[in-house]
Design a protein around this ligand. Structure first.
Ligand code: ADP
Length: 196
């Protein structure tokens, strides 16, 4: 299975999503992450060699791809509309992370509009959902569902332990923190919607 993670806006948890979906898929079968983002955040995360899967850049991808059952692609931030076609055609599922704020939502809706004519093979993932009593996560979900757009039932909470995971170069399940289990559960729930 090839899963591509894309967004028109930075800072919405694109790389975090790509790496944690890969950690989930790796539990099923050998999984490769292709770091197509020029910021190379995924490669930096992997540089401590503590991730349970291999991360390569797009130039190395062809050489390694055939050895893996699943591939997760972290795409360049803000792809040009014409690149979207290539991204959409090159995967089984396009995951569009968005945080519940006006700018991210508007960027995500732009991407959905651009994708509309190309594919129906995409799903929106709500990320960085602030804790109770904020209702912004629920409100954003209602907006997306009212527009009849495809969205994962599961969503990713805003938890500082994700930043620790990035700093330590590990998936969040390997951080020694009381919230690590909850944080990892967010991504395994998304993974189960993709590959039960
Ligand atoms: P993008 O690839 O969209 O730019 P990143 O995955 O690099 O986004 O995340 C941007 C920042 O937000 C990083 O500091 C990351 O650790 C943090 N982050 C990502 N997801 C979460 C989350 N669910 N909760 C808290 N912080 C997060």
């Amino acid at each position: 299975m090839i899963v591509t993670v894309a967004s028109f806006k930075g800072g919405v948890g694109k790389t975090t999503t790509a790496l944690h979906l890969a950690a989930y898929l790796q539990q099923h079968a050998p999984t490769l992450v292709v770091d197509g983002d020029l910021n190379r955040s995924a490669s930096e995360w992997a540089s401590r060699e503590k991730l349970p899967f291999k991360v390569v850049d797009e130039k190395q991808a062809i050489r390694f791809a055939k050895q893996y059952e699943h591939i997760v692609i972290d795409t360049p931030a803000r792809p040009a509309p014409e690149e979207l076609k290539t991204l959409a055609e090159g995967c089984d599922l396009l995951v569009l992370p968005t945080s519940p704020d006006a700018l991210a939502l508007s960027a995500m809706l732009q991407m959905v509009a651009a994708l509309h004519a190309l594919t129906s093979n995409y799903r929106i993932l709500l990320t960085l959902i602030p804790p109770h009593p904020s209702k912004v996560g629920l409100e954003t979900r209602a907006t997306i569902e009212n527009a009849s757009l495809p969205i994962f039932k599961s969503e990713i909470r805003r938890l500082a332990v994700f930043q620790r995971a990035a700093l330590e170069g590990v998936p969040v399940c390997d951080v020694k923190d009381p919230y690590a289990k909850n944080a990892w559960r967010c991504y395994t729930a998304v993974g189960e919607e993709i590959l039960p």
